[in-house]
Design a protein around this ligand. Structure first.
Ligand SMILES: C[S@@+](CC[C@H](N)C(=O)[O-])C[C@H]1O[C@@H](n2cnc3c(N)ncnc32)[C@H](O)[C@@H]1O
Length: 384
């Protein structure tokens, strides 16, 4: 009780000392001024910060390459990129998407880019990390946040966006100053400075328990260490550092493969996959459900490299005049309605034969399934 009263009293004293800033804030002048001046302040602070922290930052980023896509390319999204002070730590050829809600950082970002020609900035978005809708789902290998989660308005929403944009198998790297240990002097002073700090430093909170947001976010693996940063100023010393891996269930069970991208797209329109860019296309129990098998075949041939193959395993129409086909025809309209557009009696082999593959290895088999109407299958592969 006494400690709380003391915190309130000392808080008030600090607020009196910062009275001019509060006055400007109430008059609506402080915020726009702060947005303009904060990038200049950060440009100076990060030089000093990196002097003390660069060993830790280098160590944290040392395994970034482990999360590159199978082609070796690394697409990295940095939230709250600020002055671009992290570019120096990124590996050669890294493609960066920068986001920051404050557009006044741009000229500092450009300077950092000119000083770090080993990386490539693909896009700079003026956006808060709570709303990354301009970044497609599952499109980046790595997300980075340094000294940002202390400032965001809604850490929980940021975590959701990070998980949305990360491809399964990707990782979230973080280095953040956080709340001090319970009952410590550091936490005591953090609580005193906090309201004024938030006002002066563009919404930065001194005493956030950011590790809680990371633990609750739903990452599959969290490597998090609490450290004391070798900084002069006490209230910002407690830090968390590490990375969190994001695997979906299937990937967690199959660590031998890597997912490069997940696209929300029908197989009739694969324009997001470059022409002649893949070695194998696979379709199992899909051609029964697509709207236009003919268009799917065109797209498959478009994305396959010459000489590469399309593998398929599909249930199909039964033999002419068979009981299977008889019952398939009876069930078909209801089946399509109940099972998301799946057709029981498609002669999918015709689409494969007409598609224009140079070689087609196709076998009709009777799948050892209990339910009759889905027993006739085709299995095989076709070479472009
Ligand atoms: C202390 S600076 C850190 C900048 C940079 N990450 C670094 O380590 O040098 C905090 C950054 O977070 C940004 N920021 C504030 N609110 C944000 C939000 N909601 N989403 C993303 N970034 C935000 C600020 O504009 C600023 O660039």
């Amino acid at each position: 009780m006494e400690a709380t009263c003391l915190v309130v009293l000392l808080r008030f004293c600090v607020q009196i000392l910062a009275f001019p800033a509060y006055l400007l804030w109430y008059l609506g002048i402080w915020e726009p001024l702060c947005k303009k001046l904060f990038p200049y302040f950060m440009a100076v602070v990060t030089i000093c910060y990196n002097k003390h922290m660069s060993d830790k930052t280098k160590e944290m980023f040392s395994n970034l390459k482990d999360f590159a896509s199978p082609t070796g390319a690394l697409t990295l999204l940095e939230i709250g990129a600020g002055t671009g002070s992290n570019f120096q730590f990124y590996p050669m050829g890294c493609k960066i998407i920068c986001t920051d809600p404050n557009p006044n950082f741009q000229k500092f970002l450009d300077k950092s880019l000119a000083e770090n020609p080993h990386v490539q900035v693909e896009r700079c978005l003026v956006a808060p990390a709570e709303d990354l809708h301009q970044v497609p789902a599952a499109s980046v290998d790595v997300v980075v946040s340094t000294l940002v989660l202390c400032s965001v308005k809604n850490p929980e929403q940021v975590m959701k966006e990070v998980l949305r944009v990360l491809r399964p198998g990707g990782a979230f790297y973080f280095l953040e100053h956080v709340a001090g240990a319970p009952s410590s002097w550091t936490l005591f002073w953090q609580q005193i400075y906090d309201p004024t700090w938030i006002c002066l430093f563009d919404g930065c909170h001194l005493a956030r328990e950011t590790w809680n947001d990371l633990e609750k976010a739903g990452f599959s693996e969290l490597k998090l260490r609490h450290i004391h940063a070798p900084l002069k100023w006490h209230p910002t010393r407690p830090h968390i550092i590490g990375y969190a891996k994001f695997l979906n269930k299937s990937l967690a069970e199959n660590p031998h493969v890597q997912v490069e991208r997940c696209l929300v797209a029908p197989a009739e329109d694969l324009h997001q996959v470059p022409a002649a860019s893949v070695d194998v296309v696979v379709s199992t129990l899909v051609l029964c459900s697509v709207k236009s098998p003919e268009q799917v075949m065109k797209e498959v041939l478009w994305v396959l490299r010459p000489g590469s193959a399309f593998y398929f395993l599909e249930h199909v129409a039964g033999a002419p005049s068979s009981w299977t086909l008889f019952w398939q025809q009876i069930y078909d309209p209801t089946w399509i309605c109940l099972f998301d557009g799946c057709h029981l009696a498609r002669e999918t082999w015709n689409d494969l034969e007409k598609a224009g593959f140079s070689e087609l290895k196709l076998r009709h088999i009777h799948a050892p399934l209990k339910w009759h109407p889905t027993r006739p299958h085709i299995i095989g592969y076709a070479v472009k």
